[in-house]
Design a protein around this ligand. Structure first.
Ligand code: UT7
Length: 334
């Protein structure tokens, strides 16, 4: 059986910085509340007409491809994770294929919310393990800002999310570097605790929303039962990290770097404390970018790598939790 390794990483965030003070000018919130509850200081929002989910994914991908040294012609497959596609359908995988000028390779769209990148990585890993493909571009990109309720009503959610993209080239490994395991989970019972319910074919479609003309309609904005999600997140993060470690006969002390999905700095700090990890064993950048859903892990992974915090031979753990509920981990020998 073959193994896969990450051969290149890249990320892109829009230039437009939105600080907590900026938000406090348009809704009833303040820097102190946001920093204390989430750790976020600022996030990026796209400027309409300048960036989309696809264009950000393309920019992140170009960096990852260049760093991998893999030629565009040698890319066998695309896996693209997002909850904020440019179109209802088709998904952005095909747009990425076009924009990068790739061969007519397969493009798979993944929609597993905050766990999307780890799910995408897992799928790509299986294709490489079987020998079917050698180089797979794994991309996660999100434009959250255009879909948020930027009024007082939406402040519990809107201050948290940001825009951005990350990409990883996954290649057949020719040495000890490997994705050792991935573990994926879901619990649909809690689907509505963190969700955008409309438009959807099971409920209300766009035409229904327009016909209703209801100014109190919140169904097309993200809803989050924050404390409920928080409580589940800390439990599931811990479980899925332990599951990955145990599957590989590793101990917590073997972790060189934990990259948690950037949901809330308090969640990351809770996990760090629970596992007894030192500050240099956990990487966070939610302070600068907010929660970028599927893109948060590849953005953080790329920044950690760029800052020299991940070295050859390290044991790197990725862990995610989010809407669905879905949660996942990946244990990587760098
Ligand atoms: O990425 C996917 C996974 N996501 C997560 O894991 C997120 C999990 N949840 C959380 O991170 C936190 O629950 C939040 C950051 C979303 C909220 O923090 P919280 O400590 O749970 O606050 P809360 O929702 O219980 O709200 C506390 C108070 C409320 O006021 P009252 O009822 O106590 O008077 C809110 O109305 O804070 C108020 N509030 C705000 N105040 C200022 C809510 N949002 C804001 C705001 N600015 N933006």
């Amino acid at each position: 059986m073959f193994h896969s390794k990450i051969s290149g990483l890249g990320f892109y965030v829009p230039d437009n910085v939105v600080t907590n003070d900026d938000l406090s000018k348009i809704m009833d919130t303040n820097d102190e509340w946001i920093q204390e509850r989430t750790g976020i200081q600022e996030r990026r929002h796209i400027v309409r007409g300048q960036d989309t989910t696809t264009t950000m994914g393309v920019k992140a991908s170009k960096i990852a491809i260049e760093r991998s040294g893999i030629s565009y012609d040698a890319i066998d497959f695309i896996v693209f994770a997002t909850i904020s596609p440019d179109y209802y359908f088709p998904g952005p995988g095909v747009a990425l294929q076009k924009e990068l000028g790739l061969n007519t390779v397969g493009a798979l769209d993944i929609r597993n919310q905050c766990s999307g990148f780890v799910y995408a990585l897992s799928v790509a890993d299986q294709f490489i393990k079987t020998g079917m493909y050698k180089n797979i571009l794994v991309v996660a990109s999100e434009v959250q800002s255009l879909g948020l309720d930027m009024t007082d009503r939406g402040r519990g959610v809107s201050v948290i999310f940001g825009d951005g993209a990350g990409a990883a080239m996954l290649s057949r490994s020719d040495d000890d570097s490997a994705i050792l395991s991935t573990h994926l989970h879901s619990e649909g019972e809690h689907a509505k605790e963190l969700a955008v319910l409309a438009p959807g074919m099971g409920g209300r479609w766009v035409t229904d929303i327009l016909a209703d003309k209801n100014p109190d309609d919140e169904s097309y904005f993200p809803y989050m039962n924050g404390q409920f999600v928080f409580k589940h997140a800390v439990v599931r993060f811990s479980e899925v990290i332990n599951e990955g470690l145990q599957a590989n006969n590793l101990l917590v002390s073997d972790i060189d770097m934990l990259i948690p999905h950037q949901a809330n700095l308090r969640i990351s700090q809770f996990i760090q404390k629970k596992f007894g990890l030192k500050d240099d064993q956990v990487f966070n950048n939610i302070q600068k970018y907010g929660n970028t859903t599927a893109a948060s892990i590849p953005i953080a992974l790329t920044e950690a790598w760029e800052q020299g915090k991940i070295k050859k031979g390290d044991t790197v753990v990725l862990a995610a939790f989010g809407s669905g509920f879905t949660w996942a981990s990946a244990i990587i020998k760098w």
